[in-house]
Design a protein around this ligand. Structure first.
Ligand code: PXP
Length: 241
């Protein structure tokens, strides 16, 4: 099985910085360290309320990395303009509600198809690889293909939070979704809530190409450093393949 790519989400370095204002800790420094430690990409979510990553962070990340930048963005005119300005390697379209603590579910492509279509079209025309962050649901995966997105990122949050039989059921759902998506020609990514403990079963899904992991790794980095935390996550992923 092909090695999985690991994208490091550095949003929560910015969360800690913003707790005090000022410049430290710097998410750009974390991104450079992750790059040095063998990350395959850096992911950053510029939220409408700028609660963690800032516009300046995106400008610096766009300029200063050798590895691909994946910009997570809501499907709004403001975020589209920012993406078109910086032209990151990739854009992952996510739902966004101001009051949520994190991205709590996938985007509902079917309900928002007409609003999403021009955004996806413009991102693609600018040479940005578009992925849609969705629940591992066949209808949503099929809608992503109809939208013209080459990639879907399957939301693993519900799986990560579940226990026992329910977790097994959700895992099967992700596995089936990944297989279906790959069969219809999409590149399949996954992410949200992944830890050393729960990543193995996800990494074992043969159709997956990339995982995006943030919160847990940034937390672990406080105790063992980002390089060590990434190395252990890699081990957990590679062992499962
Ligand atoms: N993928 C997407 C699309 C996300 O929105 C997030 C969270 O910002 C992640 C992956 C990473 O999730 P976590 O921080 O829980 O690892």
């Amino acid at each position: 099985m092909k090695k999985l790519r690991l994208g490091i989400n550095i949003d929560h370095v910015a969360t800690v910085r913003n707790a005090r204002g000022g410049d430290n800790p710097d998410p750009m420094r974390a991104a450079l360290l992750a790059q040095e430690a063998g990350a395959d990409g850096i992911t950053a979510h510029l939220r409408e309320d700028r609660r963690h990553i800032s516009d300046d962070d995106i400008a610096r990340l766009s300029q200063g990395l050798k590895i691909p930048l994946n910009l997570e963005m809501a499907a709004t005119p403001e975020m589209l303009a920012i993406a078109l300005k910086h032209k990151p390697h990739a854009a992952c379209v996510v739902p966004e509600k101001r009051e949520e603590r994190t991205t709590e579910g996938g985007i509902d492509i079917i309900s928002h198809f007409d609003r999403l279509k021009p955004i996806v079209t413009q991102l693609k025309a600018a040479g940005i690889r578009v992925s849609m962050f969705i629940e591992p649901d066949r209808k949503q995966i099929d809608a992503a293909r109809e939208l013209g997105a080459p990639v879907v990122e399957l939301h693993t949050g519900a799986y990560a939070n579940a226990q026992g039989e329910h977790r097994e059921k959700l895992l099967k759902h992700i596995r089936n979704g990944a297989e279906f998506g790959a069969d219809i020609g999409l590149e399949i990514h996954a992410g949200h809530g992944l830890t050393y403990e729960n990543v193995g079963a996800i990494a074992a899904i043969p159709h997956l190409v990339e995982l995006n992991i943030g919160h847990f790794l940034i937390g672990e980095a406080m105790f063992v450093g980002l390089t060590n935390a990434m190395a252990r996550m890699r081990e957990c992923m590679d062992r499962a393949r």
